[in-house]
Design a protein around this ligand. Structure first.
Ligand code: NAP
Ligand code: GDD
Length: 347
């Protein structure tokens, strides 16, 4: 049987690297778009990276950029993928306040460029997955969010993804393209970018443990998220494109923890109990270290956002029925996986 061909944008990122592994396992020929950078940016793909001169490759990388229609269009026209997973994005919410125009160009117009390319190459059988996000929600009135919850974006990132969500739906309804939105809640892993809060915490606690760093400087300790594991979630990205019909679907754990609880759980992993004192910007976290109190967490204004999405928790109206929705990783398993990796790599 002919191999299915998948194209992943954002293949060098957290999700892209896990999805590439999953699709290779499922016997796909995987193409990925990478950006030119001044140093290697394929670190997360190390174990599946293949020599460009090798024959019968399972993974083929192409230079391209979502801000450059000609690059995207020529790759799509050449490889004619059966499935496109659009994971590329300027994905950092806080950074989107500093680079709003760029964020919009990549996340919003980038998505449109891919859809236009599908249309212009007449690839109407190509399935398209859009990496939508729980950042689309944000109204505190709705304690749990599902596919019917009204959107209320709170950042340039969220708003750029709102456009991408709707344009995906528009092209599905207008041209019959199999185009689906996976509305994924936060998902993390050892491969998470170092400036997202979970990885920042697991890395810092590990480094403090080995006396390589003194403090973890943090922003909003009370913010709550519904954190899953990226390994679990890429499976659903694939599954969404295997449905009979295109759809928009929430993927989440329906459990919620605060940034503070995440820090406490990581400390527990290395045998520390953290004690909090002070308020607001003066709040600190202390541990008992060799018989003395030692401050290891400080709050910094630098990490507060101009607008904050205080709490997220998702529960799909579809998943139980449609996906036999089962997650391998609990919150504790996620912390364990990330802490074990960071303790090993920061020793
Ligand atoms: P990530 O680790 O930040 O990866 C983003 C990827 O996009 C990287 O490969 C990056 O390349 C690439 N990229 C950025 N700008 C690009 C451009 N102009 N052209 C081409 N590629 C570009 O993000 P992630 O956590 O894997 O998330 C994957 C997708 O899901 C993103 O769209 C994100 O917004 C969305 N999402 C994520 C979560 C989550 O909790 N992780 C939840 C909901 C939705 P470099 O490696 O060169 O930087
Ligand atoms: N990054 C960061 N750094 N966040 C902090 C910090 C800090 O030092 N201190 C507190 N936080 C809080 C943020 O204010 C936010 O409320 C929460 O921790 C989570 O922040 P991030 O890990 O940066 O993730 P995010 O929720 O803003 O965005 C991620 O999830 C979205 C899905 O809801 C990203 O992966 C987005 O791409 C994704 O769409």
């Amino acid at each position: 049987m002919k191999k299915k061909i998948a194209l992943i944008t954002g293949i060098t990122g957290q999700d892209g690297s896990y999805l590439a592994r999953l699709l290779i396992k499922k016997n796909y020929l995987v193409h990925g778009i990478i950006r030119r950078s001044s140093s290697f940016n394929t670190g997360r793909l190390e174990d599946i990276y293949e020599d460009p001169f090798k024959k019968n490759k399972k993974l083929i990388l192409h230079y391209g950029d979502l801000t450059d229609f000609s690059s995207i269009n020529s790759i799509i026209a050449k490889i004619k993928p059966n499935e496109i997973y659009n994971l590329a994005a300027q994905s950092h919410v806080a950074v989107s306040f500093k680079t709003p125009e760029y964020t919009t160009n990549v996340n919003a117009l980038g998505t449109l460029r891919i859809l236009e390319s599908i249309l212009h190459n007449n690839l109407l059988n190509t399935k398209f997955y859009q990496a939508s996000t729980s950042e689309l929600f944000g109204n505190p009135e709705y304690k749990t969010q599902n596919e019917n919850t009204p959107f209320y974006t709170k950042s340039p990132y969220g708003t750029s993804k709102l456009f991408a969500y709707w344009i995906t739906k528009n092209y599905r309804e207008s041209y019959g393209i199999f185009a689906s939105n996976g509305i994924l809640f936060n998902h993390e892993s050892p491969f998470r970018g170092e400036t997202f809060v979970t990885k920042k915490i697991t890395r810092a606690i590990s480094r403090i443990f080995f006396n390589k760093q003194k403090y973890l400087y943090i922003g909003n300790l009370n913010s709550k998220r519904d954190w899953g594991h990226a390994k679990d979630y890429v499976h659903f990205q694939w599954k969404i494109l295997q449905q009979r019909k295109p759809m928009d679907v929430v993927i989440s754990t329906n459990r919620q923890f605060s940034v503070r609880q995440f820090i406490e759980e990581c400390c527990k992993f290395v045998g520390w109990k953290i004690k909090w004192s002070g308020r607001g910007l003066n709040e600190i976290g202390k541990i008992n270290y060799e018989g003395k109190e030692k401050t290891i967490v400080k709050v910094s204004k630098k990490y507060l956002r101009p607008n904050e999405l205080e709490a997220l928790k998702g529960k799909s109206i579809h998943t139980n029925k449609t996906f036999k929705f089962k997650l391998k990783y609990s919150f504790k398993d996620l912390v364990k996986d990330m802490m074990e990796y960071d303790l090993k790599h920061n020793k």
